[in-house]
Design a protein around this ligand. Structure first.
Ligand SMILES: [Zn+2]
Ligand SMILES: [Zn+2]
Length: 223
């Protein structure tokens, strides 16, 4: 599927938005604080993601953004395309959209969806909603995922070629779990094969490590 510059920006924004939510206090290992605690934090979010034309931000904007963040979290949690589609339809319809072609800032022609003068929540709902909608259209809704690390569950979008990414960030969650699995296998092998000459272990070690590294590199491929 084609991911234009703006789509990529919208995807980054929606992942950051969903992951700004505080952890459910009932969750094991919870403790991530509210990432959008006040208007200043929202202002920083808007600046970091270059969200244009949203005017002066207020407490109302903050509350509205918290609301749509909850809806987007449901999209990432949707088990299948129908559920994701109806959530996205609601989000985009409530935001009101005005699709218009633009080639601003030297980018190729692409479509903006937010209506002129839209609030920041409506802007996000329209453009991020449409960016996610294209995943459903392409039959790729399963790429919208939650990290499988037990103490993480952050949202991410799997853009790997073979849709095999399971963790939010292969350098932290992914790497950590690969290493844990690798060590567990090593311990098991050491227990089962006592008496094997040390040289054989080292060789197997090296091959295993290379295999893991190749796997990690594949996970990082972005199309
Ligand atoms: Zn644009
Ligand atoms: Zn993670």
């Amino acid at each position: 599927m084609l991911i234009t510059h703006d789509t990529r920006c919208a995807l980054d924004a929606v992942v950051d938005l969903v992951n700004s939510a505080p952890d459910d206090p009932d969750d094991e290992g919870g403790g991530n604080p509210e990432g959008l605690a006040d208007v200043a934090a929202l202002r920083a979010f808007v600046r970091n993601h270059s969200i244009s034309d949203v005017g002066t931000l207020t407490e109302r904007d903050l509350a509205a953004v918290h609301r749509i963040r909850g809806r987007f979290a449901e999209v990432f949690a949707a088990a299948e395309a129908h559920a994701a589609a109806s959530l996205l339809n609601e989000l985009v319809a409530a935001a009101g959209t005005t699709p218009r072609l633009t080639d601003h800032d030297g980018y190729d022609w692409h479509v903006h969806y937010f209506a002129p003068g839209a609030s920041v929540a409506d802007h996000l709902a329209a453009d991020c909603g449409m960016a996610l909608a294209f995943f459903v259209v392409a039959g790729e809704q399963e790429r919208l995922r939650r990290c499988e690390a037990p103490d993480c569950r952050r949202a991410f979008i799997d853009l790997s070629r073979n849709r095999s990414r399971r963790y939010c960030d292969s350098r932290t969650c992914g790497n950590r779990l690969h290493v844990a699995a690798y060590r567990a296998r090593r311990r098991e092998a050491a227990g089962l094969e006592q008496g094997t000459p040390q040289g054989g272990d080292l060789e197997r070690d090296k091959l295993e490590r290379e295999r893991l590294e190749r796997g990690l590199q594949q996970e990082q491929v972005v199309q």
